[in-house]
Design a protein around this ligand. Structure first.
Ligand SMILES: [Zn+2]
Length: 188
C-alpha cells in the first residue's frame, strides 16, 4: 500500500529553547482539541509515532471521507511533533514550486542546482532565494507556492496517512509554530 503524509514546518531559525516551547505549544493545541492522544502501544513496525488519532480526530478533517474508519485502522496513522531540524521531502510528489506573483514555474536553476542549494540550506541554515525568470519576483523558497516541494526546518508536525486536514486546523498549527511556515505533502 502506498503511504502519504502532510507536514507543517517552521522555516525561520529558532533556538533550542524556543523549539522546545513551540513543540509543547503544538502538543497542547492538538491535545486540547482531542485531535491526538498519547500512543500507548508504540511499535516501530505498527505505530511508530508518539501520538495517535484522538477521540475528536474527525474534527481535524477538511470534509467527511468514507474511508475514515479504515484510516483509524491503518498501520501508520500517527502524528509526529518533532523539534529536530529535518529535510522534509515530498518523495514521489516532488515538483518545482510556482511564483506567487505570476504562477510561473521556479527557474531552471532550482532544478539544475537542486542538490547544491539543498545542501547549503542544510549546512548554512539560510533559506535559499530564487528569482522568477518570468516576472522578476524574488523570494525565499518558503514564499513560493507549493505543497509538493522540499523544505527544511523545525519544529514540524507530520500527520501520516490522514485524510486532508481542515484549513482551520492547519492555520492554527501554523500560528502556533510562528514565523514563516510551509507545508509538504509527501507520497511514497
Ligand atoms: Zn513570477
Amino acid at each position: 500500500m502506498s503511504e502519504h503524509s502532510v507536514t507543517v514546518v517552521r522555516l525561520d531559525r529558532t533556538s533550542p529553547t524556543e523549539r522546545e516551547k513551540i513543540v509543547l505549544g503544538v502538543q497542547d493545541l492538538l491535545l486540547a482539541q482531542q485531535v491526538i492522544a498519547p500512543n500507548d502501544r508504540r511499535d516501530a513496525s505498527w505505530q511508530p509515532s508518539s501520538w495517535k488519532a484522538g477521540p475528536a480526530a474527525r474534527t481535524a478533517v477538511a470534509e467527511p471521507v468514507d474511508w475514515f474508519d479504515a484510516f483509524l485502522d491503518t498501520a501508520n496513522n500517527g502524528v509526529d511533533i518533532d523539534g529536530e531540524r529535518h529535510v522534509h521531502h515530498p518523495v514521489e510528489n516532488d515538483e518545482a514550486p510556482r511564483c506567487p506573483e505570476c504562477a510561473a514555474e521556479a527557474p531552471t536553476v532550482y532544478t539544475d542546482t537542486y542538490g547544491d542549494w539543498l545542501e547549503q540550506w542544510w549546512t548554512a541554515g539560510d533559506e535559499p532565494l530564487f528569482t522568477c525568470d518570468q516576472c522578476g519576483w524574488t523570494g525565499p523558497i518558503g514564499d513560493w507556492c507549493s505543497e509538493f516541494s522540499v523544505l527544511i526546518g523545525a519544529p514540524a508536525v507530520t500527520f501520516f496517512n490522514w485524510p486532508p486536514l481542515s484549513p482551520t486546523l492547519i492555520t492554527a498549527i501554523r500560528e502556533t509554530l510562528g514565523g514563516g511556515t510551509g507545508s509538504v505533502v509527501s507520497h511514497w
